[in-house]
Design a protein around this ligand. Structure first.
Ligand SMILES: Cc1cc2nc3c(=O)[nH]c(=O)nc-3n(C[C@H](O)[C@H](O)[C@H](O)COP(=O)(O)OP(=O)(O)OC[C@H]3O[C@@H](n4cnc5c(N)ncnc54)[C@H](O)[C@@H]3O)c2cc1C
Length: 482
């Protein structure tokens, strides 16, 4: 069937979730091909197990939905906003729209899958068709397995397997629908959801740093991959991507997180640059592979945000707020140290610049995320879950898979994780990756003055304490096995 053709069916309802785009959207395309289409977005904060969004994510979502509503309007598709548990709202809106067909693109977290399964059976029980599509991952997690039939636990063989497969080409922009739906159910006013911060409104720097939405995301992608010549940013990506002071990474993460841009669009845009930047396009594609690997890991380990993937780490003496016994390897004052980490006042410029960048813009460079996370988990001895929750609240790209996956990677407790003894030294990392200090100075105006705090912990002592704790973990493991 071509883009313009529709069968002579009744109304279709397309339910948007983490796929806030009109291009390369299989569910939207199926709805438009079926008949007059109504779109729905449900703010679901009450289905069991659904993780409430953090503050920066709520800000992004508000603007992302405004952008989606405007793109859909150009296609003649009304977007209805409703709040409540999906299993109640979606069947109700489908009934109000008298929809014959309800479609959506798949999600992979356990609570979301449970909600989707409930919606599917309720919609079908009401005599409507329901269909879901693959749109947010290059491969379905259940379709990638080792020869023994298990899921991959190590990235390199995982990526070797999936990067060699074919990835479908992105679907084109749909044509506007010719026939308006008969009934458009009443929706809520987006502003009544209070997704934007009010008292205080801290979103000014976020708005200066980002333009949420599909067109902006595609522009970011286009600028990043550049022309098919040596000028493409991909050429220098393998070296420069580790330098936080250089705009050398794509900054596509929030656009991928919210589905303004699809992994298929990114994959093919990069594949088209293979001639000009063979190494850069391969390294960049493998970063997309880490995103994919994180999601496959979450699919197979639904408790990724709360449970150590390697259970031996359950015995590690990490500190969590409210723990009366714990001080962490840094000694006393752990609450103040945690506060200093959050606000970028630890006395270690690379960590502090990163935490301030995060607070101001909702984003932090990957190298700095790794160093800052390692400092919190290993030098301060704070549980990775505490850092994960802070990032969840402050990142505009806060992602249910990539965030816990990477925190566990840094902590050593995760899939194919960094070995625990790899403890980043923030001073050395600063010299290596921000050697002229430009990144640190950009975020810490008082750097070099007496206003900037002294180093808050002794790196060598805290490192040694963390390693001691880790070694005792090994021994108790050994004892348990003996
Ligand atoms: C402690 C910690 C927490 C993190 N939390 C998140 C998160 O909540 N959301 C998130 O999208 N990324 C997270 N990352 C991964 C990574 O830091 C960001 O994806 C990256 O910095 C985004 O910038 P970019 O788009 O310019 O990346 P680029 O270098 O341009 O990479 C392109 C894309 O590949 C993906 N990607 C790159 N690195 C990773 C990675 N290590 N894991 C998974 N996907 C990756 C992202 O989608 C990214 O947009 C985290 C990393 C760490 C160490």
């Amino acid at each position: 069937m071509t883009d313009t053709e529709t069968t002579a069916h009744g109304t279709a309802l397309v339910w948007f979730r983490d796929d806030l785009r009109v291009r390369d959207n299989p569910a939207l395309r199926a709805a438009l091909a079926h008949g007059p289409t109504v779109a729905l977005y449900v703010l679901d904060e009450s289905s069991p197990g659904i993780r409430p969004l953090g503050g920066a994510a709520r800000w992004w979502l508000h603007h992302g939905l405004e952008d989606l509503a405007s793109s859909l309007e150009h296609l003649g598709v009304p977007l209805v906003f409703r709040r409540g548990p999906a299993a109640a709202v979606v069947p109700e809106v489908a009934a109000q729209a008298r929809a014959e067909l309800v479609v959506w693109n798949r999600r992979y977290g356990a609570p979301e899958r449970r909600a989707d399964t409930a919606v599917k059976s309720l919609v079908r029980a009401a005599g409507r068709e329901a269909e879901s599509f693959q749109a947010s991952l290059l491969h379905e997690p259940w379709e990638v397995a080792t020869q023994q039939g298990n899921h991959y636990k190590v990235f390199t063989p995982f990526w070797k397997e999936v990067s060699g497969r074919d990835h479908r080409h992105p679907l084109p922009m749909p044509r506007p629908q010719r026939e308006a739906p008969d009934r458009v159910p009443r929706g809520e006013d987006l502003s009544s959801w209070a997704l934007l911060p009010r008292t205080p409104d801290w979103s000014g720097p976020l708005a200066r740093a980002w333009t949420p939405g599909e067109a902006a995301g595609l522009e970011v992608l286009k600028d990043f991959v550049g022309p098919d010549t040596a000028d493409s940013a991909l050429v220098e990506y393998p070296e420069a991507r580790d330098l936080p002071g250089r705009p050398a990474t794509s900054r596509l993460s929030p656009y991928l997180r919210w589905g303004h841009v699809s992994p298929f669009q990114v994959w093919h845009a990069v594949a088209d640059r293979r001639r000009a930047a063979p190494e850069g396009s391969a390294v960049f594609a493998s970063e997309l592979g880490w995103r994919e690997f994180a999601w496959h890991t979450l699919y197979h380990h639904p408790d990724l945000a709360t449970e150590n993937l390697r259970p031996e780490f359950d015995d590690y003496g990490w500190w969590t707020p409210g723990d009366p016994s714990g001080t962490g390897p840094a000694g006393g004052g752990i609450e103040q140290l945690l506060d200093a980490w959050r606000t970028g006042r630890t006395g270690f410029p690379l960590v502090d610049a990163g935490q301030r960048e995060l607070w101001a813009t909702g984003w932090m460079h990957n190298r700095v995320r790794m160093v800052s996370a390692s400092f919190l988990v290993k030098n301060l001895g704070v549980h990775w879950r505490v850092g994960e929750e802070w990032f969840w609240d402050t990142l505009v790209d806060a992602d249910a898979a990539s965030n816990p996956f990477n925190w566990q990677w840094v902590a050593g407790s995760g899939a194919d994780a960094a070995p625990f003894f790899r403890i980043f030294n923030p001073r050395t990392q600063g010299k290596k990756f921000d050697h002229d200090g430009a990144y640190a100075r950009a975020w810490i105006p008082e750097l070099g003055s007496t206003e900037y705090p002294q180093e808050s912990v002794d790196l060598a002592e805290t490192r040694a304490a963390a390693l001691d704790e880790y070694r005792s973990l090994g021994q108790s493991e050994g004892r348990r096995r003996a």
